[in-house]
Design a protein around this ligand. Structure first.
Ligand code: SF4
Ligand code: SF4
Length: 80
C-alpha cells in the first residue's frame, strides 16, 4: 500500500495557477471553484483520497503555497 499524505494550501500565497493540479500523479488536486481567496483566486484543494505524500505539488508550486505532510503508518511499537 502506498504511503499516505495530506497537503495544506496557504491561501495567502496560492494564485490558482493549477501547476500543482496538473503535476499531481494521483490527480487528487483541483481548484476550489466555490471559493475565492482574498486576492480573488480559486485556490488549490485536495479533491479526492489517494495522496501519497510524494511532494511533487509542493516542488512545482512557484509560490511555495503547499506544505505536504506524510502520514506515518506502522508506527506503533510493542511495549514491554
Ligand atoms: S501551484 Fe501553487 S499557486 Fe499554483 S494553484 Fe497550486 S498551490 Fe496555488
Ligand atoms: S503530495 Fe503528491 S500525491 Fe499528494 S497532492 Fe501533492 S503531488 Fe498529489
Amino acid at each position: 500500500m502506498p504511503p499516505k499524505g495530506r497537503v495544506v494550501v496557504s491561501e495567502i500565497y496560492c494564485k490558482g495557477c493549477e501547476l500543482c493540479v496538473n503535476a499531481c500523479p494521483q490527480s487528487v488536486l483541483g481548484l476550489d471553484h466555490e471559493h475565492l481567496t482574498a486576492k480573488g483566486y480559486h485556490p488549490a484543494v485536495l479533491i479526492a483520497e489517494g495522496c501519497t505524500g510524494c511532494g511533487i505539488c509542493a516542488v512545482v508550486c512557484p509560490d511555495a503555497a503547499i506544505t505536504v505532510y506524510r502520514i506515518r503508518t506502522g508506527a506503533t511499537r510493542e511495549l514491554d
